[in-house]
Design a protein around this ligand. Structure first.
Ligand SMILES: [Mg+2]
Ligand SMILES: [Zn+2]
Length: 261
């Protein structure tokens, strides 16, 4: 059973852009999107924009093709595969949507490395239109967290993951993210966990201006190369006392050990 659970944000963490903005820009809906942004929640606006694109004759295949062009650093692909091969349980918690994330992960051959994708649900309806729905039904049952947008509190998701996983025994978490929405789940982490905020992005700024509420050890990263190096270093640190992991990890991560010394 995995000792280390690695939880990834998706936009600007696994991929190097925001998938919502990427699709909206690629399909020429930026002006409409910006016009409507002050009038409705982001997640509802994505659904509205997909309806508009469909009415303009844009197909689901064109949306998928644009997603496959979204930038994803090759060393993040390597990091995901190595973390998995070292026995980590990899999960995604993202405020994008399932269609976007699955399309990108399948395109890069990464989908099977993740045990769970927590994100806004989506479907392609009978007209071929992509529909995007909120993770929490905020009209009937608001989540009540004032740090998070109405459609998704990543902290509640982390709490659920932690409480279900910690029943299995001692586990340690590594959380990677960049955005404001990653602050709430970062506060859920314990003092044996790690948080990896992307340097100079909103999560990093929130953590360094409110460092007392973060119990986890903080390790920043800036790009795909650093993400790989820091993540593998932490996995080695977390499991170093566990003899069953030690041999295989020493072989594979020996190149990363000297970076903080
Ligand atoms: Mg993000
Ligand atoms: Zn929250």
């Amino acid at each position: 059973m995995a000792r280390v659970v690695v939880v990834f944000d998706f936009d600007k963490t696994i991929i190097d852009c925001d998938s919502d903005n990427w699709v909206v820009d690629e399909l020429g809906a930026t002006e409409l999107f910006n016009q409507l942004l002050p009038t409705m929640p982001w997640n509802s606006l994505m659904d509205r924009t997909m309806r508009e694109l469909h009415s303009q004759g844009k197909t689901i295949e064109e949306i998928a093709a644009s997603l496959k062009r979204a930038p994803l650093h090759s060393q993040i692909i390597t990091a995901i595969k190595l973390a998995y091969s070292l026995g980590c349980d990899l999960r995604i918690v993202s405020d994008a949507n399932l269609f976007f994330i699955e399309t990108i992960l399948k395109h890069h051959g990464l989908i099977d490395y993740f045990s769970e994708i927590n994100t806004n649900p989506s479907l392609v309806d009978e007209d071929g239109k992509l529909r995007i729905f909120p993770y929490h039904d905020f009209t009937c049952a608001p989540h009540g967290c004032d740090l998070c947008p109405p459609n998704m509190c990543k902290g509640i998701i982390m709490e659920r993951i932690r409480s279900s996983i910690l029943k299995e025994g001692k586990k340690q978490f590594i959380y990677l993210g960049d955005g404001n929405g990653d602050y709430c789940p970062s506060r859920q982490l314990g003092d044996e966990d790690y948080v990896m905020p992307r340097k100079n992005f909103p999560l990093w700024e929130l953590i360094f201006t409110n460092s007392l509420v973060i119990k986890a050890e903080v390790h920043e990263w800036s790009n795909g190369e650093e993400l790989e190096r820091v993540l593998l270093y932490l996995i080695k640190t977390v499991v170093i006392e566990d003899d069953t992991y030690l041999c295989s990890i020493d072989l594979q991560v020996s190149n990363y050990t000297n970076i903080f010394t």
